[in-house]
Ligand binder design. Structure first.
Ligand code: Q9C
Ligand code: ZN
Length: 361
């Protein structure tokens, strides 16, 4: 039996301090679905299964983030908490959730955030009421980017596979907008860094339950980054306003965005059929850089905010299909909210990837 280098699993404890406590869903304040246990459970399960060599991220600085996001968004996330505290705008230190949003019809008048104090500006850059900001949010979001970029470094220096345990997740974050539990778009930042390191065709495959509206927007008119996503049909599921099959990019990016909306209740056979089409598109694109995989476990049958029907053992089959691309792969953690199953689901998926890639456990 050949000896292989162990699978790099990049993680950081900085995410623990991003504990939003509450989100507002349908007018109700409820505990966050996106909580620290998501990652600690994955770590525990991987370690229990003997999978992965855990390592800390190295610092990559702000430049890779600013290559993807507007500086106004980055500084807003950085300063929102202390600004609000200074202004006395969050008595009791409550998580920050905007109450007034700069929606398109408002902006259509030519009005905008300029001149508005930072503490009141969140609504100009925020998608929803599910993405609270607390004191630990910015350091956690920065660390998640470093985690993803460090995993990319490992693959670029020869590892066939690396797993980035990013939290907060990233694929809903657009150039100047956060939301959907996401602040900085970890996968998009990796993809852009691959372009800047010489890639001319970079593919992102997104298997989170939700459409990655942020990733799609960031590369919408670019032909050098392919974005292919399988997700719940936006006709019924967040983020509602993107992810339809007819959205396929524009200009040089025409056909470099492809969406596979799925019906409620989709189980493994239907899922694998769509995935085979998605993988064929990646293959046809002929990437010359590692594959970026946005991986969510909210496709799980008991996910509290999903309605697809994958079972724990199905993730091994999904992973095997991805392995069939025979590409070095940077796996970036996105969603997945069934805390009691997320560890087993990760072991099923990553364990199968490890087996197929002939990397060591
Ligand atoms: N009425 C990720 O999985 N709330 N984000 C949905 C539905 C936001 C999910 C509300 C869900 C965000 C990374
Ligand atoms: Zn999701």
């Amino acid at each position: 039996m050949a000896i292989h280098a162990p699978l790099p699993v990049v993680h950081s404890s900085a995410h623990l301090a991003h504990d939003g406590l509450v989100e507002v869903l349908a007018g109700h304040e409820i505990p966050c679905f996106e909580r620290p246990e998501r990652i600690t459970e994955i770590e525990r399960a991987l370690a229990g299964a003997g999978i992965g060599a855990f390592e800390e991220p190295t610092e990559h600085g702000a430049d890779p983030i600013l290559a993807v996001h507007d500086a106004a968004l980055v500084s807003l996330i950085e300063h929102a908490w202390t600004d609000a505290a200074t202004a006395g705008a969050n008595p009791g230190g409550r998580p920050l959730i905007p109450d007034t949003f700069l929606v398109a019809p408002y902006r259509a008048g030519g009005y905008g955030p300029s001149g508005t104090e930072r503490a009141n500006r969140l609504g100009a850059h925020c998608l929803d009421t599910a993405t609270p900001i607390v004191a630990g949010t910015y350091p956690a979001a920065r660390a998640a980017v470093d985690v993803a970029l460090t995993a990319a470094d490992r693959v670029l220096s020869g590892a066939p596979l690396a797993y980035a345990l990013c939290r907060p997740p990233g694929h809903h974050a657009a150039r100047e907008m956060y939301g959907g539990y996401c602040f900085f778009n970890n996968a998009a930042i990796v993809a852009e860094s691959l372009v800047r390191r010489g890639g001319t065709r970079v593919a992102i495959l997104d298997v989170d339950y939700h459409h990655g509206n942020g990733t799609q927007q960031l590369f919408w008119d670019r032909g050098d980054v392919l974005y292919v996503s399988l997700h719940a049909d936006p006709a019924r599921a967040f983020p509602y306003f993107s992810g339809h099959a007819y959205e396929r990019g524009s200009g040089p990016g025409a056909d470099a965005t492809r969406n596979f909306p799925l019906p409620a209740g989709t189980a493994v056979d239907g899922y694998l059929a769509a995935l085979a089409e998605a993988c064929a598109l990646v293959e046809a694109f002929a990437p010359d850089a590692p594959l970026v995989l946005s991986l969510g476990f909210d496709t799980f049958e008991r996910d509290p905010i999903g309605d697809l029907a994958l079972r724990t053992e199905d993730y091994a089959r999904v992973a095997t299909a991805v392995s069939g691309l025979h590409r070095p792969t940077i796996v970036v953690q996105e969603g997945g909210y069934a805390i009691d199953a997320i560890g087993a689901n990760a072991v099923s998926f990553i364990g199968a990837l490890v087996d197929q890639r002939a990397v060591g456990a």
